[in-house]
Design a protein around this ligand. Sequence first.
Ligand code: DGI
Ligand code: FE
Ligand code: FE
Length: 198
Amino acid sequence: MSRADLEKYNKRLKKFLDENRYYHTQGVRYTAVAMAMAHGTDLYKAELAGLLHDCAKNIPDDKKIKLCRKHDIPITEIELSSPYLLHSKLGAYVAEAKYDIHDEDVLDAIRNHTTGKPEMTPLSQIIFIADYIEPRRDKAPNLSEVRRMAFLDLDECCYIILRDTLNYLKTKNAKIDSMTEEAYNFYNGIHCKKYQTE
Ligand code: DGI
Ligand code: FE
Ligand code: FE
């Protein structure tokens, strides 16, 4: 693993992403590195996972489903009805098969970046959060609070993001992935213990 590899991956990635997605990816890449600095975790892994987290995003939805089936990646009912959710699982597969990444922590961070999950590693939390707060994001509520919390408390930051995401999905009447719900319950539990609330 070296920094030269990152530029090699970046060049390859550019061919597979549309322009907006490419710039979003650079935002997540550098936001993740800054967060790794603040939390004392591995800078290279944060940069690598940030760079590759959406590597499967621009694959058309029908092809996402086909590729998952071909490579024995299990598809849940909700993923079948909202196939964009598959880009994270499929992204972990692509990162391993096409970019030759075998670090399980990095692959897990890519795999879990859309829904989150309970007990994420610090790297998975960093990618989950960086994806939400990178500088080009401007639609989520409470962004300035979330951006500040990203550098102070990873668990609390995940709690706020999951709470606001579930609220947003409910207003849109979108189907909720059980993993998003489980992740919320887990980080809400930590939040309640810390702040002694119900
Ligand atoms: O790929 P990005 O757009 O950079 O970001 P992402 O991978 O975090 O995907 C964000 C979208 O995923 C956002 O619109 C909320 C949505 N999402 C997260 N959890 C769920 C969900 N959508 C549904 N339907 N159900 C979920 O549980
Ligand atoms: Fe994504
Ligand atoms: Fe993203």
